[in-house]
Design a protein around this ligand. Structure first.
Ligand code: CDP
Ligand code: MG
Length: 136
């Protein structure tokens, strides 16, 4: 049975700054994802705080929100069979040091905070995050 899903992907400031967006998009396309929508934007600090609200009690919250709003990001809706999990697999572990060979974070991540990509972690959060950026 087919289980086509959509998930939200963000190419974070460290990767956009290094002009890695086309290379990262190509990885998704080669893995069979369809890029349904995309836009390059820069968030304000308060928009980043809203986006990462689930992490508001974490010690890294403030730095994380400053970082996400520090430069342009590329936001995409990715579509594929089991897209949520498939995207997490292509991204690799949160800390690039722990990420598997061949993953985006292993290849491009600089550190746990500058780890090049964001991906929704569940179907429910994918819907919430897609609506956050692409409500029309
Ligand atoms: O992005 P992912 O879902 O893999 O990780 P998360 O646990 O949801 O954390 C969100 C983001 O916070 C990560 O991607 C990191 O950039 C950042 N983070 C951090 O700076 N320091 C940590 N100890 C954990 C996460
Ligand atoms: Mg997460």
């Amino acid at each position: 049975m087919s289980n086509i899903q959509q998930t939200l992907s963000i190419i974070k400031p460290d990767a956009v700054e290094r002009n890695l967006d086309s290379e990262i998009k190509e990885i998704f396309i080669n893995k069979g994802f369809k890029i349904v929508k995309e836009k390059k934007i820069q968030l304000t600090k308060s928009e980043a705080e809203q986006f990462y609200k689930v992490h508001e009690t974490k010690p890294f919250y403030n730095d994380l929100c400053s970082y996400l709003s520090s430069g342009p990001i590329l936001v995409m809706i990715l579509e594929k069979e089991n897209a949520v999990l498939a995207n997490r697999e292509v991204m690799g572990a949160t800390n690039p040091k722990d990420a598997n060979e061949g993953t985006i974070r292993k290849k491009f991540g600089i550190s746990i905070d500058k780890n090049s990509v964001h991906g929704s972690d569940s179907i429910d959060n994918a819907t919430i995050e897609i609506n956050f950026f692409f409500k029309d």
